[in-house]
Design a protein around this ligand. Sequence first.
Ligand code: GUN
Length: 286
Amino acid sequence: MTLLIDGKKISAAVVEQLAIDTKTFIAEFGVTPGLAVVLVGDDPASQVYVRNKVKQATAAGFHSTEHRLPADTGQEELNALVEQLNNDPSVHGILVQLPLPEQLNEPEIIRLIAAEKDVDGFHPLNVGALASGMAELIPCTPMGCMIMLEKTLGDLSGKHAVVVGRSNIVGKPMAALLLQANCTVTVVHSRSAEIEAICRQADILVAAVGRPEMIRGSWIKPGATVIDVGINAVEKDGKRRLVGDVAFGEASEVAGAISPVPGGVGPMTIACLMKNTLTAARQQVS
Ligand code: GUN
C-alpha cells in the first residue's frame, strides 16, 4: 500500500505547536511577531499565495501586513518600501513574493532585505549559512519537504536522494538540507543526461521543476518516497486543475509514499514561513 504524505495534517501539527510557541514568546518578551508580505503586480497565483500567507500569519497570532504595489512599480519605489520595513521594529519578517515583474532587479531586492528579517532564507548571508550548516532561516518549501520526509522515513542517513530542479527557491536549498541529513544527493536539471535513469535510483525523489506531470511512474524505484513540489495549473476536459510535477496516478502505483498536489507541500511551505517568522522575531528580541 502506498502511503499518502498528508501535508495538510502534518502542517496542522506544525501550526499547532507554533501557536503554543508564539504564546510563550509573547508572554516572555511582550512582543508580537510581525510579518510583512509584499506583492508587486497582479499575478493571480501570487495573489492566492500572498492571501494565504497573511491569513495564516494572523491565525498564528502574528501581526501581519500586506503591501500591494502596481505591476509598473519602479526599483526605487520597491527599494524604499523594503528599507522602510527593514527599519520598522514591529516587522520581524519580510517576504517579497517572487517572481517580480521584469523591470525589477530581483537579486538587488533579495540583498536589500535585512538578513535577520529574511524569512524566505534567500539573502546571500542566509544561503551561505545554510551551505555551511549554520542556518537559522531556512527556505520554507525545502524545510517543509524535510519535515514531511522525516515524518515519513525517520532517519534519512545513507539514502540516495535525487532532487529534480536547481532553483534558488527549492532545488539548491533542498540539496543542502538533504546533504546535512546525511543523504547521498544528486541534483538533476534541464541540461542533465539520463534524468530518468538517475531518478530510478532514488530512495527519495523530490520534484521541483514546474513542468506538469513530467515524472512518470516508470521513473520511480519501487517503494521510493516521492515529494512533489510542483503546482501547475492545467486545463483538462475544459476544467482548470492543479497538478504536480509527478504523474500522481502512475507514480502512486510504484512509490512507497507520495505527497499529493494540492494538499502536499503547499500547506507545509506556509507553516514553515510562520516558523521562520517566529525564529526571526526571537533573534531580534534576544
Ligand atoms: N514564489 C514561489 N515560492 C516562493 C517563496 O517561497 N517565497 C517567495 N518570496 N516567493 C515565492
